[in-house]
Design a protein around this ligand. Structure first.
Ligand code: NAD
Ligand code: UGA
Length: 459
């Protein structure tokens, strides 16, 4: 019977997988994950988990019912657990001051108040959500606002997992970061959390820091990753003008060990729930400290991402004789990246909407994301079809646009697909993953990101 206890508030993409890994690696801990959303909790308890993530079903199955529990009883959870991870959503604020930039901290603050209300013993409260630097100060002020003698230590332990590889990222993290106040209690709490991770993460990868560095490092890590993508995407535009090939450029540049090869794949732009929101959050923070040049610098990373998506649409329009009206276009992939069903901020949403504005008929295919796609494009049913099988999706289409780097799209029989399409047939590869030369030889006119087009038209 597990004796030590951990609670996680928020059973989303972070809370669920992270706690499943802790439960698996720390059998002496009883881990409970709570959420206000009863459907989500029911799904975590079922055979159909609320999120698709390779390896997650097996991971959850090893501990669920043994030392991993999912529940909606938040009050009970807070009362019974003295280590509380908070992993609620922190989206971009959509109203009032800072709308469109700042983090919306309402879910976060509500959780802090619940913890205060239901606590009967000292707690370590850990920020797992991504938050603006200095949020812990607000958390401390709320938690310590009652004179009831209960002591709260607030720590920052940001999560660096990427979707699609979450299980591997949790099992073998590059680092685990734990920030705390540098007081005796703060350092003690830091060690308590470090000991949990030390069950499977080598000590030299468990990094400790002051709490503000920890909060800020998370925003900066995402900003740097996204910046690399925007950087290579700007170069893809230049490649298209100069007949340079962006894949060759990124290979040559990335082989410099000071630069490194990762996150240099030119694409239709980055998606996902965090890059954009975290950079905008950083921009807002910088502006609120009067650092306008710093804010402008980071804001460009997001602006280039928007530019890249608009450039893709303009490329399609230009290639297809400046009209898409009435044409059928198959989108291969709708998730924001491969190996996930998540479509939050997926470039495919923008592309689909823009194609519909141009009066095209859109056929969406994706192995995991059709349910979310239907939700994202609600109200546009008249213009969109959803077809899981890519062969059937492309049937009768004028063009295919690759939106997600799913491995299955590399191995399709493009001859078969070509035979069933309207001619001239086009492929726009927004991820540079298919064999462009082979598709061209099949008869397609092939347009990719940052590479010379392969067309059968006379110049
Ligand atoms: P999510 O939306 O999938 O999950 C958040 C969950 O919190 C939801 O199920 C929601 O119902 C629940 N919730 C909100 N308020 C609550 C409350 N008061 N009490 C109980 N539950 C509540 O979000 P996510 O993708 O898991 O992200 C959570 C945080 O982690 C965000 O700050 C995000 O920036 C950060 N993060 C996300 C990722 C990722 O890959 N998704 C990676 C690293 C960090
Ligand atoms: C990202 C970070 O990689 C995680 O470390 C972080 O924890 C997480 O955000 C978060 O805070 O939410 P995630 O968004 O899940 O993870 O996925 P990434 O692999 O970073 O991909 C993000 C987007 O960039 C995807 O749309 C992907 O297709 C795109 N991308 C990635 C490129 O266009 N080119 C690349 O070279 C790499």
């Amino acid at each position: 019977m597990a004796e030590k206890r951990i609670l996680c508030i928020g059973a989303g993409y972070v809370g669920g997988p992270t706690m499943a890994m802790i439960a698996c690696k720390c059998p002496e801990f009883c881990v409970t994950v709570v959420d206000i959303n009863p459907e989500r909790i029911a799904a975590w308890k079922s055979d159909h988990l609320p999120i698709y993530e390779p390896g997650l079903d097996e991971l959850v199955r090893t501990s669920r019912g043994r030392n991993l529990f999912f529940s909606t009883e938040i009050e009970k959870g807070i009362r019974e657990n003295d280590i509380i991870f908070v992993s609620v959503n922190t989206p971009t604020k959509s109203f009032g001051l800072g709308a469109g930039l700042a983090a919306d901290l309402q879910y976060w603050e509500k959780t802090a108040r619940q913890i205060l209300e239901f606590s009967q013993s000292p707690k370590i409260v850990i920020e797992k959500s991504t938050l603006p630097v200095k949020t812990a100060l607000a958390m401390e002020r709320i938690l310590n606002s009652r004179e009831n003698g209960i002591h709260f230590d607030v720590l920052s332990n940001p999560e660096f997992l990427a979707e699609g590889s979450a299980v591997g990222d949790l099992e073998l993290p590059d680092r685990v970061l734990i920030g705390s106040r540098e007081t005796r209690e703060g350092l003690q709490a830091r060690e308590t959390i470090a000991e949990i991770y030390a069950h499977w993460v080598p000590r030299e990868r468990i990094l400790t820091s002051n709490i503000w560095s920890s909060e800020l490092s998370k925003l900066v890590a995402n900003a740097f990753l996204a910046q690399r993508i925007s950087s290579i995407n700007t170069i893809s535009a230049l490649c298209e003008k100069t007949e340079a090939n962006v894949a060759e450029v990124s290979c040559a540049v990335g082989m410099d060990s000071r630069i490194g090869p990762k996150f240099l794949n030119a694409s239709i732009g980055f998606g996902g729930s965090c890059f954009k929101k975290d950079i905008l959050n950083l921009v807002y923070l910088c502006r609120s400290y009067g650092l306008n040049e710093v804010a402008d610098y980071w804001e460009m990373v997001v602006r280039i991402n928007d530019y890249q998506q608009e450039r893709f649409i303009q490329g399609m329009l230009g290639a297809m004789f400046n009209t898409l009206a009435g044409k059928k276009i198959a989108l291969f992939g709708f998730a924001f990246k491969a190996n996930t069903g998540d479509t939050r901020e997926s470039p495919a949403i923008t592309i689909a909407r823009r194609l519909i504005e141009e009066r095209a008929i859109v056929v969406i295919s994706d192995p995991q994301a059709l349910k979310n796609a239907r939700r994202d494009l609600a109200g546009l049913e008249e213009h969109v079809h959803y077809v899981e099988d890519p062969y059937a999706a492309a049937e009768g289409c004028h063009a295919i646009a690759v939106m997600t780097e799913w491995a299955i799209y590399k191995d399709l029989d493009f001859q078969k697909i070509y035979n069933g399409m309207e001619k001239p047939a086009f492929i726009f590869d927004g991820r540079n993953i298919i064999d462009h030369r082979a598709c061209f030889d099949t008869g397609f006119n092939v347009f990719s990101i940052g590479k010379p087009p392969l067309t059968h038209f006379e110049r």
